[in-house]
Design a protein around this ligand. Structure first.
Ligand code: AMP
Length: 509
């Protein structure tokens, strides 16, 4: 099957060929003809499947076909919404690459940068806008954008948009779009909330799904290294040097953890930068481009900031911390092994994270092989500590990670908010600790994911313990593998389906 057989014009086929793509990926083979028919689409595809071209190519084709009859200044006829700035920038770059032989104008629109150049660009006329919801609504409220001619709406990574609390923004945007339009919804996972959104948005949609829900790409080798919490950085540096890795995307649970790890790696002589929502947009863009260019060896990122990082054939992804939300594991390792390329995903797992590891195994229906590296054997006397929340702050666009230390060696000297009791007390409940050291049952937040850690910010006395006391001399040794049993936990955020009905919620941007 070739791109021209999918009904794409010569100009698009030429642009695609120049990108080096010869054969459509499965999502492209299915989505392109379905979209060209003009109907709505519900597509299940995780990042790395080629989904961006799957909606961009038919969008360009349709706009250029109909645009020929439209004289004068272009009106916004296609709107693509994405959860993060990085993803918006990358989608718009794809639009420009694939549309290079067409006379269509596109722009990317997100917050964190000046609004005036965007207003200027809109004034000159734009056919396609790729936007994050918050900034788009700023333009709507300032009447600097006219969305009354939108023919095509794409919600990209809709599951992540809901995770980030964008449902109300999406609803507001839908209210200012013309009722007659084509709608495409792309999502990696299909929760009830996504189905509720799809029911509201889509009219008799075609439905395609290319990768089974919550599966990980077959081409990604997944390895787990058990290691002591305090030795993760040492092990990471060892692996990078030993295998001479050059482009390594490293995930930490928190922004603070990302900063600290990047600093420590740099001190170790490995070039590293952190990317997360507290960094300025220009710092994020710079880090990303250095990483893409190969001049930066390690990019340390939080989950949300890393969404949409699209680098061809990224060879190594390292979970320095396992994610609190098991689905994030699937998203993280979707950064490697993209579009059929081989990749490697490494997880450094300390005693605190056995429950998280089990949750991931349950989700992807696969048991990891664990490799204990000589010199990095785990110390069985170290007891598990509660995991601090990372991705707790919903609606922090481009952020990811709340407070707390993250990574190996969380801030023990200063106790910090721990997880709400309902979310993950069992995660790393110390087995032999006195009862008062267990997380106190603070007011738990619905669904377990609270905003900025205020809800149920229970403290854990154990976090303030000096390290010497944590190595409990008199305690019986913990098993090194698959330690304390943690009951199944529901870590997903509060159901958004209810919000579709109009309950008030925090504005996300
Ligand atoms: P996406 O899932 O849209 O994030 O794309 C994943 C990666 O696959 C991107 O790096 C694209 O450049 C690449 N890609 C998209 N379509 C193809 C194709 N037909 N053949 C090979 N690579 C592709």
């Amino acid at each position: 099957m070739s791109f021209s057989e999918l009904g794409l014009s010569d100009k698009l086929v030429r642009a695609v060929a120049e990108q080096g793509y010869t054969t459509p990926t499965p999502i492209q083979a299915q989505a392109i003809p379905a979209i060209l028919k003009g109907g709505d689409l519900l597509a299940g595809a995780q990042t790395g499947t080629g989904k961006t071209a799957g909606f961009t190519l038919p969008m360009l084709q349709m706009l250029s076909d109909s645009g020929a009859q439209r004289p004068g200044r272009p009106a916004v006829r296609a709107l693509v919404l994405t959860p993060t700035r990085e993803l918006a920038a990358q989608v718009e770059e794809s639009v420009r690459n694939y549309g290079k032989y067409l006379k269509l104008r596109s722009m990317v629109m997100f917050g964190g940068v000046g609004i005036n150049p965007q207003i200027e660009q809109l004034r000159r006329g734009v056919d396609i806008v790729v936007a994050t919801p918050g900034r788009l609504l700023d333009h709507v409220s300032q009447r600097t954008i006219d969305l009354s001619h939108v023919e095509l709406l794409v919600l990209d990574e809709a599951d992540r948009m809901l995770d980030m609390g964008f449902i109300h923004d999406i609803r507001k945007i839908l209210n200012v779009l013309p009722p007659k339009r084509q709608n495409l919804l792309f999502s990696a996972t299909f929760s009830d909330e996504i189905r509720a959104l799809a029911d509201r948005l889509l009219n008799n949609p075609a439905s395609i799904e290319v990768a089974r829900r919550n599966t990980t790409a077959e081409t990604v080798a997944q390895r787990v290294y058990p290691v002591d919490r305090e030795r993760k950085r040492e092990l990471l540096a060892h692996l990078v040097r030993q295998h001479d890795w050059h482009q390594v995307l490293v995930f930490t649970r928190t922004k603070h953890g990302a900063n600290r790890l990047a600093e420590q790696l740099t001190k170790d002589g490995l070039s590293a930068l952190a990317i997360h929502g507290n960094k300025s947009q220009s710092a994020r863009t710079r880090a990303l481009s250095e990483f893409k260019a190969g001049t930066l060896r390690l990019l340390v990122a939080t989950d949300i900031a890393a969404r949409g990082i699209d680098i061809d054939q990224l060879p190594h992804v390292v979970n320095f911390d396992l994610p609190n939300v098991p689905e994030d594991y699937v998203h993280r390792i979707g950064r490697t092994g993209r579009a059929g390329a081989e990749g490697e995903a490494i997880s450094l797992v300390c005693v605190d994270e056995h429950g998280l590891l089990r949750d991931i195994e349950r989700l992807i229906k696969r048991k990891f092989e664990q490799t204990v590296l000589t010199g990095f054997e785990v110390d069985p006397s170290i007891v598990a500590e509660p995991i601090q929340k990372g991705r707790q702050q919903r609606g922090a666009q481009g952020g990811g990670g709340g407070q707390g230390g993250g990574g190996g060696g969380r801030g023990r000297a200063q106790p910090k908010p721990a997880a709400p009791a309902s979310a993950k007390p069992a995660q790393a409940q110390p087995r032999q600790r006195p009862a008062q050291n267990a997380p106190r049952g603070g007011a738990s937040h619905a669904g377990g994911e609270s905003g900025r850690g205020q809800g149920g910010a229970s403290r854990t006395a154990g976090q303030a313990q000096p390290r010497s006391q944590q190595r409990s001399g008199g305690q019986p040794p913990r098993p090194t593998q698959e330690g304390a049993g943690a009951p199944a936990r529901n870590r997903r955020p509060a159901p958004q389906a209810a919000l579709l009905g109009g309950a008030p919620a925090k504005r996300a941007r």
